[in-house]
Design a binder for this molecule. Structure first.
Ligand SMILES: Cc1ncc(C[n+]2csc(CCOP(=O)(O)OP(=O)(O)O)c2C)c(N)n1
Ligand SMILES: [Mg+2]
Length: 378
């Protein structure tokens, strides 16, 4: 037989909670591993309201000059929270990009650190002790290499830890994605590559980004398990990540999950998506808002109603106010703190600068650098 098929594969798309808020009975049978209970959904719904309120408040802060550029997470709450909830806090690692704030917080990163990061305060990147969350990564793709490294270390140390890393559709055009996934799959490390396919990479639509029909199938070439889910479906996201985590723990290696979602806001506060996106497309996705869908589900089960919604939104707004207070209430850093985290053992010239605080605006000791302490006037 001169011609034979040497490889065949399919990519499955899973939806468990549909757009009308109805659960698929076969996929959600009680007792199925990874299927959320009503109590868990209620808990996550409250976290979604908080995440949305904190996100919307960040937008207001930026518009009133109290924050620098901020990338809104709006519309991607089910992807962040469903995935984060499937990981074990303090055991597994969260290696984020910048559109899964709620997953970081769920694993112990304080909300106000995320605000501080976008306020330009380095202390926003400080991870509290014991928290297995990496800081926000803005350089597209770089965090996936870190995730592979962490997962490899966990494997070598025989630790029971699984790493999830987050990235966008656009990031899968970066070399870092391919290198990280290739290494991770080849070495069989316990990692989950979680793509938030929000259909856009700034102003570049997915169709222009890649000729691949799905992002998930990019994992086939590397030997990873590949799956696509409805990213606005809390149940499907949680189940997919739960299964991938169990597979990784059992030595089954890497999974790539493509969560189909949508960036309801602009790329960042420095962007105006109306210049390149159809309003009709945005409206179609607004109807699939993950918060709305989860709410309809809870209401259908008699677990939520308009009155609880009002109270929940009020609580979430008050929560956001507390986050603002925590971020803005922090005392300015002492100038000498800028010397603190660069060297394990500080070189003597830096120690001298720190101890005498003889720094010019260049951050150098004028006498050592041979500079005048005041700029020369013409
Ligand atoms: C290495 C690198 N190249 C370019 C940029 C500029 N940039 C910031 S966000 C972005 C698009 C990312 O799109 P995607 O991966 O889909 O993530 P999304 O913003 O949609 O969540 C680009 C190109 C960057 N931050 N880092
Ligand atoms: Mg994107």
């Amino acid at each position: 037989m001169p011609i034979r098929t040497v490889y065949q594969a399919t990519i499955e798309h899973t939806q468990i909670l549909d757009e009308r808020g109805v659960l698929d009975p076969a996929l959600s049978k009680p007792g199925t591993p990874g299927i959320l209970t009503d109590e868990q959904v209620l808990h996550l719904y409250e976290r979604m309201l908080e995440a949305r309120a904190v996100d919307e408040r960040a937008f207001v802060l930026q518009r009133s000059n109290r924050m620098y550029t901020y990338p809104q997470n709006k519309g991607q709450e089910a992807a962040a929270l469903g995935s984060g909830f499937a990981m074990r806090r303090g055991t597994d690692w969260i290696v984020p990009c910048y559109r899964e704030n709620a997953a970081m917080v769920m694993h112990g990163m304080p909300w106000h650190h995320i605000y501080l990061h976008w306020m330009g305060d380095e202390r926003g990147n400080v991870v509290p002790p014991g928290v297995r969350v990496m800081p926000i990564a803005v350089p597209i793709g770089t965090q996936m290499l870190h995730a592979t490294g962490i997962a490899w270390a966990a494997k070598l140390r025989r630790e029971d830890a699984v790493v999830i890393t987050y990235f966008g559709d656009g990031a899968t055009s970066e070399g870092d994605f391919h290198e990280a996934l290739n290494f991770a799959a080849t070495f069989g490390v316990p990692a989950i590559f979680f793509c938030q396919n929000n259909q856009w990479a700034i102003s570049v639509p997915r169709e222009t980004q890649t000729a691949s029909e799905t992002i998930a199938q990019k994992g086939l070439g590397y030997g990873a398990a590949c799956q696509q889910v409805d990213g606005n479906d809390l149940f499907a996201v949680h189940k997919a990540v739960y299964d991938a985590r169990e597979r990784a723990r059992a030595g089954g290696g890497v999974t790539i999950i493509e969560a189909m979602t949508y960036r309801l806001g602009d790329h960042t506060t420095a962007d105006d998506a109306r210049r390149y996106r159809d309003q009709a497309e945005v409206e179609a996705w607004q109807a699939r808002d993950p918060i709305l869908r989860t709410r309809v589900y809870l209401e259908s089960k008699g677990l939520w109603d308009a009155q609880r919604q009002r109270a929940g939104e009020e609580r979430a707004k008050a929560f956001a106010t507390e986050v603002v207070r925590a971020a803005e209430g922090i005392a300015p850093p002492k100038p000498e703190e800028m010397f603190d985290h660069l060297y394990a053992e500080m070189p003597p010239e830096l120690r001298l600068q720190r101890d005498t605080k003889r720094t010019s605006s260049l951050g150098q000791d004028p006498s050592q650098a041979g500079l005048r302490s005041e700029p020369q006037r013409a």
